[in-house]
Design a protein around this ligand. Structure first.
Ligand code: UDP
Ligand code: LCN
Length: 808
């Protein structure tokens, strides 16, 4: 296939030589530049006058290849196409416009040419090449396998154990390391060879067959211990026998399915550290504060689900260990009325989980104020050291698994995992690189505001250091046929003058796993479950939606309260595009006649915001309301922090037979989408990012194009017009959404997957100790020589000058 693209381009150019040459002459006629694919197609349309010929070229191989081209570097007489044949597969093809010949380039050659457009190709620039360490690691080959890493790792691990019995020695060694609080689990040193283990398993099997299935472990513990077995095999004779049989079968003839089952039963994970550093990480009154959004919701629900699953496993393993989960965040002394200045806070609805907050220490003292996620890098190294000491103090042991969240949490997770020698998983939530067009090539322009030099370097370090990567959707890794994934855009890119990443991450790496989050179903349940409805909130929600007076919480009003409501709720970031939705609504008369608009976002006074983007968006909202005279048609509600009430709010919107709209210019996943769907509210979701994967267009909701507001608002209007004539239509969509949720998006499915990953990848890292170490050395160099230097360029605010502010 790879070779295929080059050949088919060469053939296409040969076959339509006359037109091809004219088109490529046109591409090069405007001189050196970086070109987007639309421009190439447009140029063909303008160059070939004859309609038949034009269609032939556009629909033939050349047109197809240009449509798969993500960008092109034009340096006359050459045009270099960056062609994405399929998810994760890129080729760089240089076409000479003079003789229309084709040559393949390496990523380094392509990126160097790209830099030259920006007059920045520096021979001495740093080439970052993580691929150089991957030569002995297995890779997936099919795009459809991407994100399914766990299953492939179990296959790869199986084949390593296969053949000679001695090949299973690493598994024996792994079992011998298992313990909880120093107490041995599964086996002890009596079983110090594979053959001894195999024999003991046979004897134990015969012995257990004579016991009742439900006999508890303690009744035969003594005997099994004599043979070298310790606790952890199961809580009953049946469970123990099953687990032993799985291991016997693995030793006899390893197969991936037994490996997966066996590893899912191993008592490996009791203590987890989860890093989520930036923002205000708390359980109440934090959502809607700058940088504080879905990640907090995700983690609190995740902790609850993980704790439940670990407790269940501990019971089934026949142990009575206590698990411990610590969410490590930043302690913010000036907490703005939140609890973010408290060191320890138990996590609600859990028994053994806490938030542990550690302050940012600097040479000038502890940083009192909130700091934007974009400015967070100078504090992280010290934070990771302080956090490591605190974790040891609180847990009284090293964690068994460390999970990072977002760039800051992930890099600190990598530092701690390195220090403790522990398995590490990363969760991006959103990789910032994709959100801002050409943020890599134009990094200097963005640097002052966003410090992408630090962020992208940190992201590369942690995605390469991690043992496994959890993503919420496939598109997050490898996009779709039309659009590269968030991780995929890190495979080869350049930041002129800083570094050239010739191999950042390979999306075919089996470390990638899709484990989608859910929405807490005790909070987000269908509007039709009347007996469960939280009616005590109804007066407050009625006030929130319909009271005509403006106040701190709401502005604008709904003159006709009988209309359905289209609803959106998000942080007031530019990418969330709440202002876009307001404008679409303002402009579309038909939509305005059919429905009212209600948005929950930010707050109303730009002077009160500390966030650059939020301020601009607040101002824009006011302008739009004025421009389109939206009073009477639209309600703007300030950020809402009460989760239970928000759940009921979605349901009240469903009562109006309304819909939820997620209009983001780009959304990594989109928790609000699954919250709305859980409540039975039909959804219109952006086709840019995760929501397009959550919703099946026309079945469980609809896709809309945030870059085409007119088309999107028409699609919403069409839905409500159709609902008027087909009384069943709204219900069909509502049911479709719920069905999709129950099949794919629940926390139970998530927790099970993540714990299985922790267990299996923990073994895999042992199997590949040497190559992991080599890569780690490279990561250390990048961290020490590049990241630390970049982090130092970010200014640390004057701590003494900080004045505590009123809570927003
Ligand atoms: N949210 C909220 N109040 C608000 C805005 C958002 O409670 O005023 C919640 C929302 O219900 C969801 C989360 O914040 O649980 C936002 O997550 P999402 O994934 O949609 O976006 P993010 O903010 O993480 O980019
Ligand atoms: C961050 C985002 O931007 C959202 O798209 C996700 O839903 C959220 O984190 C939780 O992963």
């Amino acid at each position: 296939m790879d070779l295929g693209i080059k050949e088919s381009l060469a053939n296409a150019l040969k076959q339509s030589r006359y037109h091809a040459k004219r088109c490529f002459d046109r591409f090069t006629s405007r001189g050196r530049r970086l070109v987007k694919p639309q421009e190439l197609i447009y140029a063909i349309e303008k160059t070939i006058d004859d309609e038949l010929e034009r269609t032939k070229v556009l629909e033939g191989s050349l047109g197809q290849i240009l449509r798969s081209t993500e960008e092109a570097v034009v340096i006359p007489p050459n045009v270099v196409l960056a062609v994405r044949g399929s998810p994760g597969r890129w080729e760089y093809l240089k076409v000479n416009a003079d003789d229309v010949t084709v040559h393949a380039l390496t990523p380094t050659q392509y990126l160097t040419l790209k830099e030259s457009i920006y007059r920045a190709n520096d021979e001495d620039t740093l080439d970052v090449d993580f691929g150089a360490f991957d030569f002995c690691m297995p890779r997936l080959t099919l795009p459809s396998s991407i994100g399914n890493g766990f299953h492939y790792i179990s296959k790869f691990a199986t084949s390593r154990l296969d053949g000679d019995l001695e090949n299973a020695k690493p598994l024996l060694d792994h079992l011998l390391t298992l313990n909880h609080g120093g107490e041995k689990l599964m086996i002890n040193e009596t079983l110090d060879s594979i053959s001894k283990l195999q024999k003991a398993l046979i004897v134990a099997d015969v012995y257990l067959s004579a016991h009742q299935k439900d006999e508890p472990w303690r009744t035969f513990e003594h005997k099994l211990k004599e043979w070298g077995f310790e606790k952890g095999w199961g809580d009953s004779a049946k469970k123990v026998k099953e687990t032993m049989k799985m291991l016997s079968e693995i030793l006899q003839a390893p197969d991936p399915s037994n490996m997966e089952s066996f590893f899912s039963r191993l008592p490996v994970i009791f203590n987890i550290v989860i890093f989520s550093i930036h923002g205000y990480f708390g359980q109440s009154d934090v959502l809607g504060l700058p940088d504080t959004g879905g990640q907090v919701v995700y983690i609190l629900d995740q902790v609850k689900a993980l704790e439940e699953e670990i407790l269940l496993r501990i019971k089934q393993q026949g142990l009575n260990a206590k698990p411990r989960i610590l969410v490590v965040s930043r302690l913010i002394p000036d907490a703005q009325g939140t609890k973010c200045n408290e060191e320890m806070e138990p996590i609600l609805n859990t028994m053994h989980s806490h938030i542990l907050r550690v302050p940012f220490r600097t040479s000038k003292g502890i940083l009192p104020q909130w700091v934007s996620r974009f400015d967070i890098y100078p504090y992280l190294e010290r934070f990771s050291q302080d956090a490591a000491s605190k974790v040891l103090e609180v847990m009284e042991c090293k964690p068994d698994l460390i999970l990072g969240n977002y760039t800051d949490g992930n890099i600190v997770a990598s530092l701690m995992a390195r220090k403790f020698g522990v398995t590490q998983g990363t969760i991006a939530h959103a990789l910032e690189k994709t959100k801002y067009e050409d943020s890599d090539i134009n990094w200097k322009k963005f640097e002052k505001k966003y410090h992408f030099s630090c962020q992208f370097t940190a992201d590369l370090i942690s995605m390469n250091a991690a043992d496994f990567i959890i993503t919420s959707t496939y598109q997050e890794i490898a996009g779709s046929n039309q659009r590269p994934g968030q991780y995929e855009t890190h495979s080869a890119f350049t930041m002129p003058g800083l570094c050239r990443v010739v191999s950042g991450i390979n999306v075919f790496d089996p470390k990638f796993n899709i484990a989608s989050p859910g929405a807490e179903q005790s909070v987000y349940f269908p509007f039709s479950e009347k007996e469960k409805r939280l009616t005590s909130f109804h007066p407050a929600i009625e006030e929130l939606l319909f009271n005509k007076e403006d106040n701190n919480e709401h502005m604008g009003y709904l003159a006709d309260q009988t209309k359905p409501i289209i609803f959106s709720m998000a942080r007031l970031d530019t990418v969330k595009n709440i202002t876009g939705l307001t404008e679409w609504f303002g402009k579309n008369k038909r939509l305005r006649s059919l429905v009212n608009l209600v948005v929950v976002a930010g707050f109303f006074d730009p002077m009160k915001s500390k966030d650059r983007e939020e301020m601009a968006e607040i101002k824009k909202m006011h302008q739009l309301i004025e421009k389109y005279k939206l009073k009477g048609h639209m309600r703007w509600i300030a950020a809402q922090n009460d989760r239970n009430r928000n759940g009921e709010l979605y349901r009240c919107i469903a009562d109006t037979k309304g819909a939820f709209v997620q209009p983001a210019l780009y959304e990594a996943f989109g928790l609000t989408v699954i919250e709305a769907m859980n409540c039975g509210l039909p959804t219109f979701v952006t086709n840019q990012g995760g929501p397009a994967e959550i919703v099946v267009d026309g079945v469980s909701g609809f896709h809309i194009d945030p870059n085409n507001g007119d088309e999107s608002s028409e699609k919403i209007a069409d839905f409500f017009t159709k609902c008027k004539v087909d009384g069943e239509y709204w219900d069909r969509l509502s049911r479709g959404g719920l069905q999709r949720i129950y099949e794919c998006y629940t926390w139970k499915i998530y927790a099970n997957k993540v714990l299985n990953m922790g267990s299996m990848y923990g073994f895999w890292r042992q199997l590949n100790k040497e190559s992991k170490q080599a890569k780690q050395r490279y990561i250390d160099i990048l961290y020490d020589l590049q990241f630390k230097k970049l982090a130092k360029t970010i200014e640390i605010p004057d701590i003494k000058a900080h004045k505590s502010q009123e809570p927003v």
